[in-house]
Ligand binder design. Sequence first.
Ligand code: GRF
Length: 202
Amino acid sequence: KRIVVLISGTGSNMQAIQQACENGKVAGKVVAVISNKASAKGLEKAATKGIDTEVLSHKEFDSREAYDAELKTLIDSYQPDLVVLAGFMRILTGEFTRHYEGRMFNIHPSLLPKYKGVNTHQRALDAGDTEHGVSVHFVTEELDGGPVALQAKVPIFEGDTVEDIQARVHEQEHRIYPLVVNWFCQERLKLEGGRVTLDGEV
Ligand code: GRF
């Protein structure tokens, strides 16, 4: 399967998925990495692996609709089976999310439906939570609101900093994102009638 990954920053999740493809752990290939920021570190990492990289800056567009329309055209020029959002820090229009319904994932650093939006680790810490985690979900129009495919939990210990929690979450992200992408590539994981279905063994 052909995978296009969208990033805005470090791209460690993109890298985890790319490596899993290379190692045969994901039945797919990352065909392009697209960023809305030219400074995204992940772009160099992708280029090193010989993957096509593209920058489409949102600053050059007057509206969210215009940006998303151009982004859609760019993504579709790679004819992907799957679009993976990996730290892509943009709110997406309904038209865009509907176009990729059932074939676009996002990873969000919380146990959804808890803590949609930003600063999730700080919010979990402030709330005194002892449990936190990460979710991979199908993308729908509602921000961080699409059906969850898989979650992983991490503990929060007394005295933890945001950085401690972030490191623990990242470790889980790099484990579960390739797993979900592989299930999708194997056509075992689907969005059917707004619900997630998984065939076979986890
Ligand atoms: C991850 O923590 C992810 O959950 C969030 O953005 C971060 C991206 O990290 N959506 P990276 O760019 O993959 O390293």
